[in-house]
Design a protein around this ligand. Structure first.
Ligand code: MG
Length: 314
């Protein structure tokens, strides 16, 4: 009889602790067809915090017409006021107006969402890469002046549905520019899930060669081709300690055909527990949260770990 956890067997060359940046409530729900009521989102985030996650991306202050799933940011954020102070609740802001709304509500961490490739910048932001960086510059500067922590998302770091494979040098150039704007950390996104471990190592090595510290880097893998955990392990071996994941594997990418979506937090925690790497997450409570959320969405979680553990409990 299992206790719902793998046997911890540490491996050499890995960090003792990983910070999970939980994206289910924002990246996950943004890409789900179902629009979830505000009270359910608030309960979801409270449950995630209760399961031990300490960085929970809460919502996006994007124009309500663009992302109807997250149009309730203004009413959701105050419902999170009782979340313990040790839990960070970053919010995505697309522009200066979004930042002002986030500041009015007391957000302490923001994220901006950039693209490495021109095709995705055009499709997602309706701007060139240069134009989007120019738009972020005053947003990042104002956020930093207000004492906020700023994360910069970089999407399409490995491949792009229109342009194909993305050269490491291209990612390095845009990453350097986002850091020069004042971002505290970058999240390297494999938006269509085409990365493989050698490519991950090559990108991280390329970034280090351009003076980017591994400490400033997080990774954001999608499991489209079943590579998310392999890629995560490659990043950990390189010294990365911030990993994005989505509870229950919520969400996907509308630009990736039949994408299975974000790396599931439970699958990540299972691997990290097995490696003896500390996360602070209670896998049982997290799984129960994803089973509950699957009930809200009316479909089962795609996470293998959620399926295995919830089946076991029945
Ligand atoms: Mg994602």
């Amino acid at each position: 009889m299992s206790n719902g956890l793998p046997m911890p067997v540490p491996a050499a060359g890995l960090p003792p602790r990983v910070r999970i940046h939980e994206v289910g409530a924002r990246d996950g729900l943004q890409n789900e067809k179902t629009v979830v009521p505000t009270e359910v989102k608030a309960e979801f985030i409270h449950r995630l915090a209760g399961a031990g996650l300490t960085t929970i991306e809460a919502t996006s202050f994007v124009h309500p017409d663009w992302v109807p799933q997250l149009a309730d940011a203004e009413s959701l954020f105050p419902q999170l006021a009782d979340i313990p102070a040790g839990v960070d609740l970053p919010v995505l802001v697309p522009n200066g107006r979004g930042l002002d709304r986030a500041l009015e509500l007391g957000a302490r961490r923001i994220a901006v969402f950039g693209s490495v490739t021109e095709s995705f910048a055009k499709a997602n932001l309706n701007r060139t890469v240069d134009e989007s960086l120019a738009m972020f510059a005053p947003v990042v500067a104002k956020a930093r002046a207000a004492g906020l922590h700023v994360r910069g998302y970089l999407s399409m770091c490995f491949g792009d549905p229109w342009e194909g494979p993305v050269p490491v040098d291209r990612v390095v150039t845009v990453a350097r520019r986002l850091l020069d704007l004042g971002c505290d950390e970058l999240s390297l996104g494999d938006t269509i899930g085409v990365a493989t471990p050698g490519h991950v190592q090559a990108l991280l090595t390329g970034l280090n060669g351009a003076g980017v510290s591994t400490d400033a880097l997080g990774v954001h893998f999608h499991d489209t081709y079943g590579q998310a955990l392999s890629n995560t392990l490659a990043a950990l071996q390189h010294g990365v300690t911030t990993v994005d994941a989505s509870a229950g594997g919520l969400g996907g990418c509308p630009y990736a055909k039949s994408a299975t979506g974000n790396l599931a937090t439970e699958d990540l925690v299972w691997m990290l527990e097995g490696l003896g790497i500390e996360t602070g997450v209670d896998l049982g409570r997290l799984t129960a949260t994803s089973v509950w959320m699957a009930g809200q969405l009316g479909r089962p979680s795609p996470s293998r770990t959620v399926r295995a553990l919830s089946h076991q409990e029945q």
